[in-house]
Design a protein around this ligand. Sequence first.
Ligand SMILES: *[C@@H]1O[C@H](CO)[C@@H](O)[C@H](O)[C@H]1NC(C)=O
Ligand SMILES: *[C@@H]1O[C@H](CO)[C@@H](O)[C@H](O)[C@H]1NC(C)=O
Ligand SMILES: *[C@@H]1O[C@H](CO)[C@@H](O)[C@H](O)[C@H]1NC(C)=O
Ligand SMILES: *[C@@H]1O[C@H](CO)[C@@H](O)[C@H](O)[C@H]1NC(C)=O
Length: 150
Amino acid sequence: MFARSAVAVAAAVLAAVCASVNVDAAATGSCARNYTVVAGDTCDGICAKENVSTFQLASVNNGTINADCSNLFAGEALCLGIVGQDCQVTHVVKSGDSCLSIAQAAGTTEEILLANNPNVNSQCTNLHSGEVLCTADDVIVVNSTVTSKA
Ligand SMILES: *[C@@H]1O[C@H](CO)[C@@H](O)[C@H](O)[C@H]1NC(C)=O
Ligand SMILES: *[C@@H]1O[C@H](CO)[C@@H](O)[C@H](O)[C@H]1NC(C)=O
Ligand SMILES: *[C@@H]1O[C@H](CO)[C@@H](O)[C@H](O)[C@H]1NC(C)=O
Ligand SMILES: *[C@@H]1O[C@H](CO)[C@@H](O)[C@H](O)[C@H]1NC(C)=O
């Protein structure tokens, strides 16, 4: 009897731990900034006009926007940033920019710039013109997607 209930308790604890791990892995948050796609939008275009980084848009809408951002449609509801994880200080990359020059112009460091833009490699050799970077002077972790839309 005791052994049985100990097993049941252990199973319940394990189930609770697993449930919490699953919740963490699929963390969702409230949207701080909604956006409705208009005809002609591209991901980088939306990012440039709305002050959102290319990484943040892709990350917040992971599962909605595909990897090469070829599935946007007019009228589509997107979220630009999650409450508490919303970088709104941005820079649109142009030819000749380097991570160091972007960081210095924004008053931040290359280390923080790389932390805020995980899509940029550590050598900063994969920037492309028109891409939008978060240039906040502190690290803003973006690790949630938007709460499922109705
Ligand atoms: C997201 O990042 C925040 C801040 O670093 C952290 O407290 C939280 O545990 C993270 N959540 C997930 C699901 O990784
Ligand atoms: C964003 O849109 C959702 C769904 O329509 C709504 O619940 C939420 O209040 C909106 N958030 C903001 C900040 O407008
Ligand atoms: C984007 O940031 C710039 C510079 O801070 C500001 O002038 C502009 O109003 C912002 N645009 C939006 C849509 O927030
Ligand atoms: C989207 O989610 C997948 C699976 O969790 C992850 O591997 C990928 O890095 C995410 N992409 C972005 C841009 O956050």
